[in-house]
Structures are given as C-alpha cells and as structure tokens.
Design a protein around this ligand. Structure first.
Ligand SMILES: O=C(O)[C@@H](CO)OP(=O)(O)O
Ligand SMILES: [Mn+2]
Ligand SMILES: [Mn+2]
Length: 560
C-alpha cells in the first residue's frame, strides 16, 4: 500500500505561503459542536483555549462535516468515528469505507464469489462456521443487518453448523440495546434451525471486556475472548444467549460494554460451540483497530501474548483484511479500501519532519489511521511516533484527565526542539470519557483536553509557528438521546437515555499562530467541506500545493 510505482511525490511550492513554519496539529477526539445545554459537556467545561480560537474569529474558525458520506460512510445517518475520521484527515480524499464496501459486496453477491468465502466454505460440509463480532447496528465496527445476511448466505451455500460468538455494544448504541439485538439474532438462528441448520449462540461478553481491545492496551481482553470462543471456558454459563444477557445485565452496575464473558452450555453442561480443528471462523467486524489483536491470536503460529492452551487448525477470514502491511488476516471476505498517497507519505517525500503522539488507546489513530491504515514510518529519518501508555483495566471516567497533560508536554517539547515541522497529536479525553456516559467525568475530560490545547498553542506561539486544531467526530458535546425536536428523549419509565456514542454533529477547525501569513482565511465558497479538506489545508500551511485529486483546501490567501 502507499509507496507504489510511478507516483510523482514532488509537491509544488505554494505560490503565496512560505515553508519552514512549525505546525502544531491537534485532533480533539470526540469533540463536536452542538447547542449549549446541560448535556453538552464541552459547553459545561471551562474551555478558555478553545473559546479563544472561536470567539470573534470568523475567518479562522469554522465547522466541517465529520459524519456520513463526507467520510465515506453509507448514509447521512451514520455517525462519524475515529477510523473514517482520521483516514479522511490524513488522506485528503473520501474513500468508500468498510461499512459501505461490505454493503456493496453483499448486495451484488460478490462476497460469495471471492477467495475469502471460498476458503472458509471448505469447512461447511464437515466443520462448524463460527461468526465472531460486535452485535449492534452502530455501524462503527459492524452492522447486525450484515450479519443477518451472512448467516442466511452461509446457510444457503451449505453451512450445516453455525455458532455465533456475540460481543455486546452499548458504546455505539444505547446501553441495554444488547437485549433486542440478541432477540433478533435468536429469531434468525431459530429460523435457520427450522431449515435444518444447527445454529446457535455459543459465547459472548461485552466489547470492552472481551476480544475488542486495541493497540495492545490489554491482552487480557483478547484472552477472555479466546477462552470463551475457542476453549469454551468462561466464569458464567447459560442455556441461551438471551438468558445470558438478561441475567448478566441484572447485576448491579452491569452494562453492555463491560458484560463478563460467558459460554452457552448444553443440558450436560458442555459448551455448545468451542472452536475446534476443521472449523471456519469469520470475524464480522469491518473496522480494523479492535480486531487486529484477536486476528493475531487466531492466525499467528508464533504467539506469546497469552497461553492459548489449544490452537485449533481453522480456516479463518476477516470481514476485511485488518492490517494491509501485516497482511492480517491473510484471508478476508471483502477487500478493504486501498488508501494510498496520504498526506503523511507526500510530506515525508518532501522533507517534512513529523512528530506524532497520543496515548495507547488513540495512538494508532494519529499514526495507523492517519496514514491510510498503514503501520510504521514512511521515512524513519524524518518521523518520530511516540506512544504514551494508557491506563488499562479501568473505564476512563475514573481517570478523566487521562494522559492529556503528558501528550501535551511531549508535543511542546517536540515543538520547542526545532527538530520537527509537523507535531501532531490526538487528545482522547472527550471521546473516551464521553463513551462512559458519565457526564460529570466528561466535563472534567473536556477541561483537561483544553488545558492540553493551551500548552501546545503556547509552544507554537514561542516558535512562531502555526496551529491547526480540529476533531475527528462528535461525542462529548451531546450526552443524551434526543427526539426529533432535539429535546432529551425519555424511556418508558421516564428516564433520560444517556448517549454513550458518537454523534452526527460537525466539528470545529481553527487555524492561527504567529506563523500564519497575513491574509490567510477560510474560504466561504466551499459548500459543505469535511474532514477530507483538512489535508490540503495543512499541506498549504507547510508551503505546498496539494495534489490535484485531493479535496480542496479550506483556506485562501487574500492580499493585504
Ligand atoms: O471505541 C471505539 O472503538 C469507537 C467507538 O466504537 O470510538 P472511536 O471511533 O473514537 O475510536
Ligand atoms: Mn475518535
Ligand atoms: Mn469514540
């Protein structure tokens, strides 16, 4: 991916903008713009740094789209997310993303003609096909309707025995919605059974507790999934998926994101669906970050992250390939978007020295996603990526400041060192704490992110540089589900429904700093620009013209 063939990497000089300015590029994760009310944690938090970029600055502050088709998602009802957001920010173009590519492959039936399906279907006659993934209609990592089509498609094409290993969501969808999703799945599996297919749920657990860790923050999460899915072992055993979810949710403090692992057992107490030799496994998440670790456990012969105890010989395919560089997994049902010629790669070819930093839970966002789902450096002489270890084993409302200060200090030092032309960070607080649904903690989180912004802006001020502050999608600016009129929607018991997910809101972008040439301002002629317009903007601020097929720059230079 990326560095192929006959690309002309040389960027033209910008006719008006100089080179050599240090750019501080800040992505506030989960920081959208919404009505100022009590459920808007960004509004509630003291955010003097961000306010100073906005108030009275119409030429250098604006909103851009961060959801739906502007970031390559199937529809305008799709909230933004970090993967598509950082892809768009870094790549400068809009790619049809995983959700959309899977929809198309299912619609056309091509999914069943390609190599990945042929490979796993070799197990249909004698083995079991296991489907593992996030059971939700959130559309960030997976979609239930796609799983339903796959189940039907597999059965019609000869699968005799199917086991589903469900990960409950509550992060991209309302907490408690797992019950409805499992009911829907159970009904589909019953329908398959009536047609002679031996189909049932085999195991499960909450996404943040079982399987879906990312960037190696906590391998125990993946291990818990392995034990339940492969070994058929878990602390909780139930007769059905629905019984499992209902019982575990009734525990005090339980929520969908963190349900403990469970297995489904038969009347004799034996797990109904451990993964064994000869089986096929399909992981149905299309998004990569939270599947890479699990894919390594399923695919790698040499593996030392935990004791797998038993490593079955399986035919494994991902919904997509989750890491193009590692070719992981080697079999997949749908080809991922091939995001090439990202701004990071161009800038490296043009001598720009880049520093990128975040803490573990968002580290891959400012590196891997930013660079078009590519791990590693383009040019290790010019780039330095620093990961600050995240706290693990906690939900972030307990430590809402996270590592914002540490990230800001690393960025400040990188800016002041004079060794870098671009210093890029992701500040995770609004998003990671927003996902907990804890409003008080999210306010603290937003304040911490704002303090970090101030530190980076001050460093940019000192070196005469330029700042670009933006976000990848909304989250902390709206913490309740709303009705059509925008009022908080109450459930049947009259309770507020806390929104743990991202939103459909636009995000701010602000530019400035002493290095910003006089006359630079946001253009008014772009109708609905989005995150993909940021890459060309940043290239301009580095003194270059962006490649012709990039989405247009947000800025113009008017003569002063
Ligand atoms: O935590 C995640 O995996 C997603 C939400 O599902 O959030 P983000 O896109 O911000 O990483
Ligand atoms: Mn994000
Ligand atoms: Mn998020």
């Amino acid at each position: 991916m990326g560095s192929s063939g006959d690309v002309n990497w040389k960027l033209e000089d910008h006719p008006k903008l100089p080179k050599g300015k240090t750019i501080g590029l800040i992505v506030l994760d989960g920081w959208g713009e919404s009505e100022p009310d009590q459920y808007n944690c960004i509004h509630k938090a003291p955010t003097p740094a961000m306010d100073s970029l906005k108030n009275g600055k119409p030429d250098t502050w604006r909103l851009i789209k961060a959801h739906g088709t502007a970031v390559g998602l199937p529809s305008e009802d799709d909230m933004g997310n970090s993967e598509v957001g950082h892809n768009a920010l870094g790549a400068g173009r809009i790619y049809a993303q995983g959700a959309k590519l899977v929809d198309l492959a299912l619609e056309s039936g091509k999914i069943y003609e390609d190599e990945g399906f042929k490979y796993i279907s070799e197990s249909f006659e004698k083995g079991t096909v296991h489907l593992i993934g996030l059971l939700s209609d959130g559309g960030v990592h997976s979609r239930l309707d796609q799983v339903q089509l796959l189940l039907k498609g597999f059965a019609e094409r000869g699968a005799k025995r199917i086991r589903v290993h469900v990960l409950t969501d509550g992060r991209d969808v309302l907490d408690g919605s797992s019950v409805g999703f499992v009911e829907t799945l159970e009904a589909d599996l019953a329908d398959l059974r009536s047609k002679g297919v031996d189909a049932q749920i085999a195991s499960g657990g909450g996404r943040m507790n079982v399987t879906m860790d990312r960037y190696e923050n906590d391998w125990n999460v993946v291990k818990r999934g392995w034990d339940a899915q492969v070994l058929g072992e878990a602390p909780h055993k139930f007769k059905s998926g629905l019984e499992a979810i209902k019982t575990l949710r009734a525990e005090p403090g339980a929520n969908d994101q963190y349900l403990p692992p469970f297995v489904i057992v038969d009347d004799s107490g034996k797990a109904v669906g451990p993964i064994v030799d000869g089986d096929a496994v399909v992981t149905f998440n299309f998004r990569a970050d939270r599947m890479v670790m699990h894919a390594k456990a399923l695919e790698y012969e040499d593996f030392d992250k935990f004791d797998r105890v038993r490593v079955p010989k399986i035919r494994y395919a991902g919904m997509l390939q989750y890491d193009g560089e590692l070719k992981l997994p080697s079999h997949y049902l749908v080809s991922p978007p091939l995001i090439d010629r990202t701004s990071g790669e161009y800038l490296a070819h043009n001598g720009i020295r880049t520093f990128a930093c975040s803490e573990t839970v968002k580290f891959g966002h400012v590196t891997f996603f930013w660079n078009g789902n590519r791990s590693g450096y383009f040019n290790e002489k010019l780039e330095k990526y620093v990961e600050i270890p995240s706290d693990s084993g906690i939900s972030f409302n307990v430590q809402p400041k996270m590592k914002a200060l540490e990230i800001a200090e690393k960025a400040r030092d990188a800016i002041l060192s004079g060794k870098f032309d671009q210093v890029r960070v992701n500040l995770p607080n609004g998003d990671m704490v927003g996902h907990t649904g804890d409003i008080k903690a999210t306010v603290v989180a937003c304040e911490a992110a704002d303090v970090a912004v101030r530190i980076i802006l001050d460093a940019i001020e000192q070196v005469g540089g330029i700042y670009v502050v933006t976000a990848d999608h909304g989250n902390a600016e709206d913490m309740v589900k709303r009705d059509k009129a925008g009022k908080p929607a109450l459930d049947k018991e009259g309770n507020l429904q806390i929104l743990t997910s991202h939103t459909l809101k636009p995000v701010p972008i602000a530019i400035g700093g002493p290095g910003l040439s006089a006359g630079v301002k946001f253009r008014q002629d772009l109708e609905t620009p989005g995150l993909a317009n940021v890459a060309a903007t940043v290239m301009n601020l580095h003194g270059f013209v962006a490649p012709g097929d990039y989405e247009p720059s947000l800025i113009e230079v008017v003569d002063k």
